[in-house]
Design a protein around this ligand. Structure first.
Ligand SMILES: CC(C)(COP(=O)(O)OP(=O)(O)OC[C@H]1O[C@@H](n2cnc3c(N)ncnc32)[C@H](O)[C@@H]1OP(=O)(O)O)[C@@H](O)C(=O)NCCC(=O)NCCS
Length: 311
């Protein structure tokens, strides 16, 4: 008889969890000097190159690094064991944000080993995730990038929003604002605030992911900039983060944690700060109805699925 256990994952599960994620990768690639994907063999890839194929789970050591930070940063990882072997994993973060998300549990990862899909493990992990949402008094449960929408629909989640990555040029402007360094502090610093730019998962998850040292110190990524500011425009103070991506050097992936809605002045200040920092463009991940005359939508899109847990 098959014995299934759903439990908290620990750092020692990293090799098995990495194997789960790697089992779902159909082909491996390396970026050439022009940033073009070229077929490659797993064993020939450096840890940083593996990461670009699908994140920290693509290598046992970077997976351990990621799990250690996730757990220290208030995230939750669940493992599903089948007859004593870890064959599936889920990751979750809570956040407190303005409506419609309010107190939210977001499932950022749900992967079942390729050889064990369709054996109810995904459903058991979902069941445990809903129990965690209940224990933590969450009002909403989300999957921000649903790769298997029909599976989530079976579990009561509905399409609730679409997010798109927009590109804006960095541009100086005549606008008064102040910037100060943003401390490297836990999510409580911005708890309750919205994330009108850069909401890839939820505010708790994205805050942790943009803190210094979220990725190991890969030699190839050493020149990439992470700039974190308190940004004050008028009476409004927000947390602004620019993260330069290894795929798009010179482009700042932008995150704005703020207690109030995004204003044109704040956006102008962000573009000005980016230009003064030497970035050429901003990548702003925002609701698909984000409007700005200079914003160009790119083809990176998330369909967010949500279940409301309380009236
Ligand atoms: C999608 C996934 C998490 C589902 O987990 P699973 O353990 O294979 O699913 P279960 O065995 O619990 O299936 C439960 C039900 O959902 C259905 N289902 C499973 N995967 C599905 C999918 N991709 N799309 C639609 N329905 C799916 C099953 O047919 C089953 O239906 P039934 O109850 O009517 O028989 C898993 O297949 C997986 O890891 N896939 C690859 C990675 C992925 O896409 N992850 C999601 C990232 S957002």
């Amino acid at each position: 008889m098959q014995k299934i256990i759903i439990r908290q994952a620990t750092v020692t599960d990293a090799p098995a969890i990495s194997a789960v994620h790697c089992s779902t990768v159909a082909r491996w690639y390396a970026l050439d000097a022009n940033g073009v994907e070229r077929p490659a063999r797993y064993n020939d890839l450096t840890p940083a190159q593996r990461w670009l194929n699908g994140g920290p789970w693509m290598d046992a050591e970077t997976c351990a690094y990621h799990l250690r930070r996730l757990i220290a940063g208030g995230g939750q990882a669940l493992a599903a064991e089948l007859n004593g072997r870890v064959v599936a994993e889920a990751e979750l973060f809570t956040a407190d944000e303005p409506e419609p998300y309010s107190r939210n549990l977001n499932l950022s990862v749900l992967y079942i080993h390729r050889n064990h899909q369709g054996q109810n493990l995904g459903s058991l992990l979902m069941q445990r995730a809903f129990e965690l949402a209940d224990e933590q008094n969450c009002e909403t449960f989300t999957v921000a990038c649903a790769e298997a929408p029909d599976f989530y629909a079976k579990h009561g989640l509905r399409h609730a929003a679409t997010y798109t990555r927009f590109q804006l040029s960095a541009q100086t402007a005549k606008i008064d604002y102040l910037v100060e360094p943003l401390p490297d502090a836990p999510y409580d610093l911005v708890r309750g605030w919205g994330l009108p730019i850069g909401r890839y998962q939820n505010a708790g998850h994205d805050w942790e992911r943009t803190r210094p040292h979220a990725a190991p110190d890969f030699p190839e990524w050493r020149g990439l900039r992470l700039e974190r500011y308190w940004l004050a425009v008028g009476d409004e103070r927000s947390a602004l983060i620019f993260e330069e991506s290894p795929r798009f050097p010179g482009v700042a992936d932008t995150f704005l944690f703020t207690p109030s809605p995004l204003t044109p002045d704040t956006l102008a200040a962000i573009r000005d700060r980016a230009a003064r920092s030497g970035f050429t463009h901003l990548h702003c991940f925002a609701p698909a109805d984000f409007k700005h005359p200079d914003a160009m939508p790119l083809d990176y899109v998330h369909r967010l699925f949500m279940k409301r847990l309380r009236a």
